[in-house]
Design a protein around this ligand. Structure first.
Ligand SMILES: Cc1ncc(C[n+]2csc(CCO)c2C)c(N)n1
Length: 219
């Protein structure tokens, strides 16, 4: 039987291609992405990362498999340390102060993405929520692998790219794919479809996250 993650990846192909080709990603690589755009992205991503970590814990609470629980609880505790460290450095380097963070309102697409993930858990099932988390790992890992070859002339953009190409991050991505495959095997046909939809919608919100930052989206 085909793995559910292979089906998900195939269904989301046009959305992922659009992410790979988005001007935000292209300009990150060439170095021409305006710093203001990257600053906007980082401030919005902060909301996303906070909720993403919290969701790991909430999903883990509802899991029975000890391995899955352990991985997700580790994710809840600040997930990937290197990602966190790099973000703290970025904030300092770009002079993003606590005051500026406090004064930033969550933008529409970041809000929709976070709301979608909570919806999958609260109105759906933990397996659907886990499927909604997967594009975050997997898409960024693919972007990291693609961009690292050319690199970026801008130091922080290069650091950003390297975070997602690291072997630790690739291992975490593979583990999350295994988890979703395992949950998919245990799911009914109906729940499998819902998991696929959750993954596809997250892929949509990932694409629109670049667009949100590129356009400095406001309410
Ligand atoms: C919108 C958005 N989507 C994905 C990531 C990437 N990411 C965030 S947490 C995490 C798990 C392990 O660190 C990964 C890969 C991001 N930063 N922002």
């Amino acid at each position: 039987m085909a793995k559910i993650t292979d089906t998900m990846r195939a269904q989301s192909e046009p959305l992922w291609e659009a992410s790979f080709n988005h001007p935000f990603i292209k300009q990150l690589s060439t170095g021409s992405l305006p710093q203001q755009t990257f600053r906007y992205y980082l401030k919005q991503d902060r909301y996303y990362l906070q909720n993403f970590a919290a969701l790991h814990g909430k999903i883990a609470d509802q899991m029975t498999d000890p391995d899955i629980k352990e991985f997700l609880y580790a994710g809840a505790q600040g997930f990937n340390d290197s990602e966190k460290e790099v973000r703290t450095e970025f904030f300092q380097e770009l002079n993003i102060t606590q005051k500026e963070i406090d004064q930033t309102e969550i933008a529409p697409n970041a809000y929709s993405y976070v709301t979608h993930m909570y919806h999958e858990l609260n109105e759906g099932t933990p397996s659907r929520a886990a499927a909604a988390l997967l594009p975050c790992y997997w898409l960024y890992n693919e972007i990291g692998k693609r961009l690292v070859k050319a690199g970026s002339p801008i130091k922080i953009y290069q650091q950003f790219i390297e975070t997602y190409d690291s072997s630790a991050f690739t291992t975490a991505t593979d583990k999350m794919k295994d988890i979703v495959d395992q949950l998919g095997e245990a799911a009914s046909a109906e729940e499998q479809e819902q998991m696929q939809t959750a993954f596809l919608r997250s892929s949509y919100f990932e694409l629109h996250f670049w667009e949100m930052a590129y356009r400095h989206e406001q309410w």
